[in-house]
Design a protein around this ligand. Structure first.
Ligand code: UDP
Length: 234
């Protein structure tokens, strides 16, 4: 099967079946738009397993995604979609870029979840953009923008409830969406500790890529502990 695309953390291959792709999760980890980069054995397996559990959970809660099934430790089958070049970020608690950009203290709880759009463009360093920029760049129309925000908030609600039940807080996360051939919008890409901030309730422990960004320990132990907690849900 031919390689269609290789990103920082995944490879995408065609399959025999029309409209179905194979995703292989790589043992690579990057931060700061590739400024920090490492090969870490076992990391692909963890993100594939975690994303598979989360996409299954969302499906059971009425949220469709491109995910079809996990086929091996590091691989899954997904529906082919055209990725919308937006990183849609939802925040429940201030951390990361919003503390630097707007001066919120890390840990500040927002009264209502906040949705932000970043333009997926490595050359421009993925800038934060407004709804009007999204329209100006012909990324999505008004109706689609409303749909993306609605879906992002529904996904947030489902994930907050899921993590709450295993004593974790969902601080923020990034998702991507794609369009099917019929023009439907589906959740795509991955949801893993690479793309979320997850804090343990009543402790300083976190289960996400900040451990790697801030050199605070083993990313494998951290992601494995998070996967074990997710498995408690089953
Ligand atoms: N995020 C991501 N990919 C990116 C940028 C951010 O998955 O290219 C995730 C990040 O892990 C966090 C959320 O989106 O869960 C918000 O990230 P933020 O804007 O605070 O940026 P950062 O602090 O990571 O620079």
């Amino acid at each position: 099967m031919s390689l269609l695309y290789e990103g920082k953390a995944k490879r995408i291959f065609s399959t025999d079946e029309d409209g179905v792709l194979r995703v292989e999760y790589k043992d690579e980890v990057t931060a700061g738009n590739g400024a920090k980069k490492d090969h870490i054995d076992g990391k692909g397996r963890l993100n594939n397993q975690i994303t598979s559990i989360i996409f299954e959970y969302l499906k059971e809660h009425g949220i469709q995604s491109h995910f079809i099934e996990q086929t091996s430790e590091t691989e899954q089958l997904v529906r082919s979609v055209e990725i919308i070049p937006l990183e849609v970020v939802v925040r429940n608690i201030a951390a990361g870029s919003i503390t630097r950009r707007l001066g919120f203290d890390k840990g500040h709880e927002f009264e209502t979840p906040l949705v932000e759009f970043f333009y997926k463009n490595d050359d421009l360093n993925d800038p934060l953009i407004t709804d009007d920029h999204v329209k100006l760049l012909n990324i999505a129309n008004e109706e689609e923008i409303a749909k993306l925000k609605k879906m992002a908030l529904e996904i947030n609600k489902a994930l907050v409830e899921m993590l709450d039940s295993i004593n974790l807080r969902l601080v923020d996360f990034k998702i991507e969406f794609g369009r099917t051939k019929d023009g439907d919008i589906l959740l795509a890409d991955e949801i893993s500790p690479d793309t979320c901030r997850i804090w343990e309730k009543d402790s300083d422990t976190n289960f996400d890529k900040d451990v790697y960004r801030e050199d605070r320990g083993s990313i494998i132990d951290t992601y494995q502990t998070f996967l074990n907690k997710l498995e408690e849900l089953k």
